[in-house]
Design a protein around this ligand. Structure first.
Ligand code: NAP
Length: 277
């Protein structure tokens, strides 16, 4: 499954929508990024996201805060952006530092600007199947499955991993599309036997080549969300590709979809706030 190609098409359509929005309203969509401290990986992620936005006609407002900032200081900065009519989406890069109440900081993001899908409001809306912004990587996975016309109804989807930003919401979205969902995690016993029953397998573990072809049901659809050092996924692609009917490569599968969904959701937020959708 070609995530690079699909992400490119989504970004192209977001770029066209951004230009159209600007023409109609005189305002460019704006994504605010908030970075606490100078963790090198976070600095790189934020820089990449901002560059991608700028290329697509989405302006970005960057708020760099010292690592020493308090929870209330961070909440104040995020609240300011939530109340700023010139900002349409907010991305608070995490981790924000162990001394900060990360959940409280996320909750300062106004739901209509939560384009990264990190607030309890967004999570609950997803759980209820109501409109709202979804966590970007699970959102990207669902778009890939739609693009390849994968029939989910009644299929056994096994999600390995249950993090709040990836495994858990992805399973909920699959359930929302009528899959029968099983979650596996570090305390799951007999993981191989469960994985072998998967019609749809989502690997979101963070362990290189954790799942091999031997454990994949012939004909299964395999989504590898893992991204480990050396550009290696959670699935052993070479052995898995012979068993799967569809499989995402790493890199070039799920990875590029995350930023594409972030852009698309920023556009959606801006269109709603500017009254054009
Ligand atoms: P995470 O927060 O570390 O969660 C990992 C999950 O895997 C946890 O639920 C953990 O179970 C489970 N797990 C760990 N060891 C296991 C084992 N031996 N057997 C079964 N389950 C096990 O990681 P994450 O943030 O969800 O990310 C997972 C992977 O996706 C990483 O490789 C990450 O880089 C990648 N990722 C990619 C994107 C992208 O492509 N844009 C975005 C986000 C993440 P417990 O809950 O029991 O601890």
């Amino acid at each position: 499954m070609d995530g690079t190609g699909l992400a490119r098409r989504i970004i192209e359509s977001s770029t066209a929508a951004a230009a159209d929005l600007r023409r109609r309203t005189g305002t460019a969509p704006c994504l605010a990024t908030v970075l606490v401290g100078e963790d090198p990986a976070s600095v790189t992620y934020v820089r990449m996201k901002r560059a991608r936005c700028e290329k697509s006609g989405i302006t970005s407002r960057h708020v760099a805060l010292p690592a020493s900032i308090s929870t209330s200081g961070l909440i104040e900065a995020v609240t300011d952006l939530s109340q700023d009519a010139g900002v349409h989406g907010i991305l608070l890069q995490h981790p924000v530092g162990a001394h900060i109440d990360e959940r409280a900081a996320f909750e300062a993001i106004a739901p209509d600007k939560d384009v990264d899908g990190v607030t309890m409001h967004s999570f609950a809306a997803m759980g209820f199947g109501l409109p709202g912004f979804v966590s970007c990587t699970p959102g990207g996975i669902m778009r890939l499955l739609e693009e390849y016309d994968v029939d989910l109804a009644g299929k056994h989807a096994v999600v390995v991993g249950r993090s709040a930003i990836l495994g858990k919401p992805a399973g909920m979205l699959l359930l929302g599309r009528d899959a029968t969902v099983t979650y596996c995690h570090s305390r799951t016993t007999n993981l191989s036997a469960i994985v072998r029953e998967a019609d749809i397998l989502l690997a979101a573990v963070g362990r290189p080549r954790f799942i091999t072809g031997a454990d994949i049901k012939p004909g299964a659809v395999v989504i590898d969300a893992g991204y480990n050092p050396g550009n290696v996924g959670d699935v052993d692609f070479e052995t898995a590709r012979n068993r799967a009917s569809l499989i995402t490569p790493v890199p070039g599968g799920v990875g590029p979809m995350t930023i594409a969904v972030l852009l698309a959701q920023t556009l959606e937020a801006a269109s709603r706030q500017l009254g054009t959708s």
